[in-house]
Design a protein around this ligand. Structure first.
Ligand code: SAM
Ligand code: DTB
Ligand code: SF4
Length: 320
């Protein structure tokens, strides 16, 4: 049953279940709604990097901190097309274009992004964009251009949010999500584990997502990638089992959503990633880079996919 009335306490109680009980329940729900061995592959491209006016404490692209101080230019259409072509050749189904903008401004840059969406769509890829805040009119233009998904994360629970982001409100995020939904776009909306939030804050994020009707189709769960010289730059990566619990709880309250084990895979062993997949994650970002930071990369992913594949000969046992 798909519910839209989850209370934070209920979600927190699921998150706190004995780990094996939580994993078992999540795997059962996963199998009831998805082919258990199927993994979606998405690839990211930063089409406009750095110089963002927003103050998000985790972000290497904020102009408030050294790593993001110098703004990049919007990428050329041809270079984006080439990156998308390569993503497709690497096995990606979806291509997600990210811009370090606070919000979309009408004009030549937005027109150029619409052209990118058309090009990527024409290659036969699913399209996703993350461009900051949108008006309903801008959302409609993106949909018209062939955009399938809009990514806009809530990041954490509403109470903890102002400790991390001071330049916009939770309600602003919700308004953009509503604009994207009203334009017929599918929503990609999730959050980050490892910001210093409590279990309650994580449950609050999941309860908020689970109260959307319909649920966001795509839910990225990111482990914080701590970037030096950002306010969270010295934070340790989250305990892998916190990610496992987050994914499993998301699977229970968002049974039909695709859950992506998004940023932070670099810090996870192959086995920890497999636990996340067992908990109900069924999507990954492939490639050497996320937006600006390193991703697991081809070598590590080849080992992950080999471990997940049917076992062939004795060598496979030895290689494990
Ligand atoms: N500027 C747009 C916005 O914020 O909506 C789009 C790009 S922004 C980089 C997309 C998302 O990436 C953020 O909402 C956040 O969830 C995630 N993100 C950014 N920096 C991260 C980090 N260091 N570790 C994990 N996730 C991160
Ligand atoms: C999401 O939830 N994670 C992606 C995507 N949506 C846009 C971004 C992760 C960014 C990690 C930090 C970086 O590479 O800059
Ligand atoms: Fe800008 Fe997005 Fe980074 Fe916040 S998360 S600083 S809005 S690029």
């Amino acid at each position: 049953m798909v519910r839209h009335d989850w209370a934070v306490e209920e979600v927190e109680a699921l998150y706190r279940l004995p780990l094996l009980e939580l994993l078992g329940r999540a795997q059962a729900v996963h199998r009831a709604h998805f082919p258990p061995a199927h993994l979606e592959r998405a690839k990211l491209l930063s089409i406009k990097t750095g110089g963002c006016p927003e103050d998000c404490a985790y972000c290497p692209q904020s102009a408030h901190y050294a790593p993001g101080r110098v703004p990049g230019r919007l990428m050329a259409l041809e270079a984006v097309r080439e990156a998308a072509r390569q993503a497709k050749a690497e096995g990606a189904q979806r291509f997600c274009m990210g811009a370090a903008w606070r919000s979309v401004r009408e004009g030549p840059e937005f027109d150029a992004v619409l052209a990118m969406v058309r090009e990527v769509k024409a290659l036969g890829l699913e399209t996703c964009a993350t461009l900051g805040m949108l008006t309903p009119g801008q959302a409609a233009r993106l949909a018209e251009a062939g955009l399938d998904y809009y990514n806009h994360n809530l990041d954490t629970g509403a109470d903890f949010y102002p400790r991390i982001i001071t330049t916009r409100r939770y309600e602003d995020r919700l308004a953009t999500l509503a604009a994207a939904r009203a334009a017929g776009l599918r929503l990609c909306c999730g959050g980050i584990v490892g910001l210093g939030e409590s279990v309650r804050d994580r449950a609050a994020l999941l309860a908020t997502l689970a109260r959307f009707s319909p649920h966001p189709e795509s839910v990225p769960i990111n482990g914080l990638v701590a970037v030096p010289a950002t306010p969270l730059g010295e934070r340790p990566p989250p305990d892998p089992l916190e990610l496992v619990r987050m994914v499993a709880t998301a699977r229970l309250v968002l049974p039909r959503s695709v859950i992506r084990l998004a940023a932070g895979r670099v810090a996870l062993s192959r086995e920890a990633q497999i636990l996340c997949l067992l908990a109900g994650a069924n999507s990954l970002f492939i490639g050497e880079r996320l937006l600006t930071t390193p991703n697991a990369g081809e070598g590590a992913d080849a080992a992950l996919f080999a471990a997940l594949a049917p076992l062939a000969g004795e060598e496979a046992v030895a290689a494990g």
